[in-house]
Design a protein around this ligand. Sequence first.
Ligand SMILES: C[S@@+](CC[C@H](N)C(=O)[O-])C[C@H]1O[C@@H](n2cnc3c(N)ncnc32)[C@H](O)[C@@H]1O
Length: 259
Amino acid sequence: MQRVALGWDEFWAELFRIKHRNSIPGIEQYDRMVVEFCIDTLGLEPGREVLDIACGAGVHSIEFAKAGLKATAFDLAESLVRAGMQRAQEEGVEVDFYTGDMREMDYHERFHAAVILSHSFGFFDHEGNMAVLRGAYNALRAGGRLLLDLMNPYNLPRFHKTWTKVAGGYLLNEAHVLDAASGILRGRPATFIDVENARIVVMNEDAMMNNNIRMYTAHEIRELLADTGFNKVELYGQNKLPRTPYSADSQRMVVVAEK
Ligand SMILES: C[S@@+](CC[C@H](N)C(=O)[O-])C[C@H]1O[C@@H](n2cnc3c(N)ncnc32)[C@H](O)[C@@H]1O
């Protein structure tokens, strides 16, 4: 079999964020539950503007739009943004989609809320991660709130090596490993057996770019948010209703900060 190394946007974004995601049982219900939690926790009334940072294929923004919110969604991967636009059209809702880098957001005092979902924070070095928070801060109106839905660093899921059948072939995921000394969760290259095209696809360096995620503790995140200018921070232990207090054994670490 032919072996090819492909990048994030050209191949892996769609495989992970659409094909693999769609193979997870109950995923649509999960997405609706997360969006319901965000709307309730952020107190968002219909007509309010919400920014979905690193939106993937826009599944949450589409749900925000269905709930009557004005959603703006962007992601680095053009392939995902295109897929999101198509899905929004099919579902008959309006979402403003953009392709862009979350370190270079240029919105000013426009949004009532911003969300970063499915642990899409901590991909960069300290400066890069701070640039994301500063961009989110600038994008919010006074009193606006940022919600980060993160894994709980004290209660990480057990990562296993898995084979999954997805549309077009078989995906081998290697287990993530936490480097405790640096606080970085290291992802490892995946392999796709592309049955349709009789080839084995591996990840090139570009596809690996967000595979290392800095796992901030609640205390560290509070400091980053305070340094950015946010003044009030709340923590919750799950990304669904009812809101529960955050603790070491919580499922998630949801951080809500107010400008
Ligand atoms: C874990 S996925 C989450 C996607 C979506 N929020 C969800 O919950 O399904 C992380 C996303 O971050 C995007 N991403 C990675 N680096 C980015 C960057 N520098 N700027 C914007 N998006 C980025 C990836 O393309 C990917 O869609």
